[in-house]
Structure formats: structure tokens, C-alpha cells
Ligand binder design. Structure first.
Ligand code: ES4
Ligand code: ZN
Length: 326
């Protein structure tokens, strides 16, 4: 079997996916129309043309604008089911889905509406495709810690449906230390802590995520490579990185996929995984991320095997649940 076939066929887990980032323009238009919400584009082609980013903030502005057409439970259901259909197509058998409640509650959409739509899709995807999934509720770091506390409070009636808390949005200027207290409170409620760190922000933010937020896994983490002591700690403590190559390319974290540090991360003994982040915006789901990275970096089947194995091993499934896949 050649490496392309191997990548497509091997059962995979996705550990870094923003459900709002899986919102394809076609569905965006459909939902905008049925909800009678205006969007500043005339056509799907025009939307796609707007997807040219020079940094994270460029992307976030468009991402939040796109999410603004989501109003009802059915919208969140349709969005999530469309993502699961891609998973089924690409042999993604387990996925850890991030959602940003504040992107919606800030616009007057209730927490209940968001989570009920997503939850119904999770149940249907399990039934229809056999895909297992869990939820990561992500706090928006450009908002205040007080705001995050409010979100934590709103989540409590649905605690049984949520596995973890995350931290995303504009990284620079919003260090993990800003959210120390709300992460402490989230851990007390039983949520597993993870956070975006070292995507655009410095290695220092990764130290803070480890020491102050007590995170179990790092989203992105690219900039750990600027700090040897930090790399040693991540290797020794087996803190996995959820790396997103096409996202890194589109947001200019790397200039070329050939310069992507993924292979270097593996060689250093870092527990890297491949993920799609915001596939509707960055030009590809899981297999596109694997295929294009494999091509650019000359990854071997062994490398692919390691990456896929890491995706299950460092998932937030229980040890018993993991055994099924390892
Ligand atoms: C995100 Cl790529 C990325 N980084 C930070 N926050 C995000 N939210 C959605 N995608
Ligand atoms: Zn992300």
C-alpha cells in the first residue's frame, strides 16, 4: 500500500478541531438564508476569496463573522453533523471537538441552544457512523477572566457532556496567566485543562500554560522549539502537542510546509499529533493535513504510524477506551 492509501485508510483520532471552524461556505449560505441573516458576501466563491490571512487575528475576524449566522439548535446540529460526515469519509474514528460558547452567548444565543445542537449530532454520529467524540469547552482569551467564569457557570448543568476546557482566540497579549483562577475552578469542577499556547505567542506562554493552568495537552505549541529546557520538559512529561500544519501555513506561522517543524518535533521525542484546527478555512480536513505534510516533509509510514498512535494515546479517552484503538 502506498503512503497516500495508508493515510486515507488508517483509523485516526482528531484532537484539535474548532467546530465553528468547520463551517463550510455552502452551509453558511444555507443557514444565513433560512435564518434571514445578512452576510457580507454574494457567493460561495466570494467567501472563499476572502480566506486570505496574514496572521491569526485576520482569520479570527472572519471566523467570528461567519459564526454569527448560527442561531438555533438545528444550526449547531447541522454544523456538527457536516463535520462528522467528513470524519466518516476520512476514517476519523474519534474526535475531540472544541466549541466556543462565548462566540454565541455574546450574541444572545443561549449556552443551552449551542450544546443541545452539538450533543444531538454527537449521539447521531455515534449511531450512524460509530464515531466516538468528546467536547472541549474553550474560553475566548481576548475576553476577560470574569467572562470565562460566567461561561463556566453556564456550563455546569451540562457538565456530564463536557470533558475538558480549552483556551483559544487571540494569543498575543492574552497570556495563560490571565486565566489562572478560572482554570483552577474548572479543574475543581472535573474538567481536564488544555490550552492553545505557542502558536503565535512565545515559549513563555507554554511555561505558563503548564505551571499555572496545569494543562494536560498543548494546542499547537510550535514555539516550544525556541526553548531547549521547555522541550526537555515536554518530552519528559509526555505533554502532547496538537499540531495543525495547514493552519500554520494559512496563518503564516510557517512560510512553507517544507519548513514545518513537525518532523523535527518527532525527532526530538515530542508527542506530536496532526489535526485540522479550522478545516473549512484552512483548506483541508485530516487527510489533507496528513497528505500534504507527508509530501512536504517526506514522512515515512512509520512517522504516520507514530502520529496516529499518538493521537489515540494522548486523547482524553479513559485508558480502557483507548485500548480499543491502540
Ligand atoms: C483558532 Cl487557529 C486558532 N488559534 C486560536 N484560536 C482559534 N480559534 C479558532 N481557531
Ligand atoms: Zn485551534
Amino acid at each position: 500500500m502506498n503512503i497516500t492509501e495508508y493515510i486515507k485508510k488508517i483509523p485516526k483520532a482528531e484532537l484539535h478541531l474548532h467546530i465553528e471552524g468547520s463551517f463550510e461556505p455552502e452551509l453558511m449560505f444555507e443557514i444565513a438564508q433560512r435564518n434571514q441573516v445578512k452576510i457580507p458576501y454574494q457567493s460561495v466563491e466570494e467567501v472563499k476569496k476572502a480566506y486570505q490571512f496574514s496572521c491569526l487575528q485576520d482569520f479570527l475576524d472572519i471566523y467570528y463573522a461567519g459564526a454569527s449566522v448560527l442561531l438555533y439548535e438545528k444550526d449547531f446540529y447541522d454544523l456538527t453533523m457536516a463535520y462528522f460526515a467528513h470524519c466518516a469519509e476520512e476514517n476519523v474514528v474519534h474526535t475531540e471537538i472544541m466549541f466556543d460558547p462565548q462566540t454565541h452567548t455574546k450574541r444572545g444565543v443561549s449556552f443551552e441552544t449551542v450544546i443541545k445542537g452539538i450533543q444531538k449530532a454527537r449521539e447521531d454520529a455515534k449511531e450512524k457512523y460509530g464515531i466516538s467524540s468528546l467536547l472541549i469547552m474553550s474560553y475566548l482569551r481576548h475576553l476577560s477572566e470574569e467572562d470565562a467564569f460566567e461561561t463556566l457557570e453556564q456550563s455546569l448543568p451540562y457538565k456530564h457532556l463536557i470533558k475538558a476546557v480549552g483556551l483559544d482566540s487571540s494569543e498575543k497579549g492574552n497570556p495563560p496567566s490571565k486565566f489562572e483562577k478560572v482554570f483552577e475552578a474548572s479543574i475543581k469542577e472535573g474538567y481536564v485543562p488544555v490550552a492553545h499556547a505557542g502558536e503565535e505567542g512565545p515559549a513563555e506562554y507554554i511555561w505558563e500554560a503548564l505551571d499555572l493552568l496545569k494543562i494536560a495537552r498543548i494546542d499547537h505549541g510550535n514555539n516550544c522549539l525556541t526553548d531547549k529546557v521547555l522541550v526537555k520538559r515536554l518530552v519528559d512529561e509526555k505533554i502532547a502537542l496538537t499540531v495543525c500544519p495547514l493552519s500554520n501555513l494559512e496563518l503564516k506561522v510557517v512560510d512553507d510546509l517544507k519548513d514545518h517543524p513537525l518532523k523535527k518535533m518527532l525527532n526530538l521525542g515530542l508527542k506530536a499529533t496532526i489535526n485540522s484546527d479550522d478545516p473549512a478555512y484552512f483548506g483541508g480536513y485530516m487527510n489533507a493535513n496528513f497528505l500534504q505534510t507527508a509530501e512536504a516533509l517526506d514522512l515515512t509510514k512509520e512517522d504516520i504510524k507514530t502520529l496516529v498512535k499518538n493521537s489515540f494515546e494522548y486523547s482524553l479517552l479513559s485508558d480502557d477506551e483507548k485500548q480499543k484503538y491502540l
